[in-house]
Design a protein around this ligand. Structure first.
Ligand SMILES: [Cu+2]
Length: 273
């Protein structure tokens, strides 16, 4: 199976190789002609020599022109088709990814941080833990503004846009590896600090991690009981109607103070500008 790292590596090498080859041919041919038609050189045939103010005919019925355009077209068109095919594979590897094997993680960029939710409901922030040697599908979205989720090492990049979900996948390699997660969309003053870590761990460690982080049913049950107790307390407070009035007055005074503070802040801001 080809991972996207392999795919992009291949595309890069093919473009680099062809670019270098064509560059060498073009520069060599230019230098060859510069030497051949240099000033003061013995002229082999007058027909072939370009004359100032005269359009070159090509001499051979446009054979050279046809050859160079033809070769360029073949190279460019094959590159476009091949690259497009490779990118389609990156977007959807089809049967190459065994579905049972793959894990799925929801990613949300929000408040200059990355939030991850795993299939069992476990949630983490800024640290994404994944098992080794496993295809990982991610569903990326944004909570506040446009972000872009990216892991350079694994050639992962997906837009994190509020209200939209961008799906992509990557393949993890050995346990113990860590990769940096970054935001690739200038999203605000916390953009440069919007980093996270991808931790690749062994399969067993990943299962333990999921269990530890999972929202546990029993614990939730206990929490609910605690909440009920709090609820009763609130009811008791309400019975003391007299105290509430005093509290409300107290709150109002605090609110007024806060409003005054806010106005001061606005004035300060204006002054800075
Ligand atoms: Cu961002």
């Amino acid at each position: 199976m080809q991972t996207r790292v392999d795919v992009f590596e291949q595309i890069f090498l093919v473009f680099l190789g062809l670019g270098t080859l064509i560059g060498v041919v073009v520069v060599a041919y230019t230098l060859y002609n510069a030497y051949k038609y240099r000033d003061g050189a013995a002229k082999a045939s007058d027909e072939d020599t370009p004359v100032l103010g005269e359009l070159p005919t090509g001499g051979e019925g446009g054979k050279k022109l046809f050859l160079s355009f033809g070769l360029s077209a073949i190279v460019v068109i094959s590159l476009v088709i091949w690259t497009y095919g490779m990118l389609l594979y990156v977007e959807d590897p089809g049967d190459d990814i065994p579905e049972d094997d793959a894990i799925e993680i929801d990613v949300e960029g929000d408040g200059f941080a990355w939030h991850f939710e795993y299939e069992n409901g476990a949630e983490t922030t800024n640290t994404m833990t994944v098992p080794e040697d496993t295809p990982v599908w991610i569903n990326v979205t944004g909570g506040d503004v446009w972000h872009t989720f990216g892991i350079s090492d694994l050639r992962v990049k997906a837009d994190a846009i509020p209200g939209e979900t961008d799906e992509t996948w990557f393949m993890t390699e050995e346990a113990g590896e860590t990769h940096t997660i970054e935001c690739f969309e200038l999203c605000g003053d916390g953009h440069s600090a919007m980093d996270g870590t991808l931790d690749v761990v062994e399969e067993e460690e990943f299962e333990e991690f999921l269990e530890d982080e999972a929202p546990d049913d029993d614990e939730n049950g206990d929490d609910e009981e605690a909440e009920d107790e709090n609820g009763d307390d609130e009811a008791d407070d309400e019975e003391n109607g007299d105290d509430d009035e005093a509290d409300e007055n107290g709150d109002d005074e605090e609110d007024e103070e806060e409003e005054t503070d806010d106005e001061d802040d606005e004035e300060d801001d204006g002054g800075d500008d």
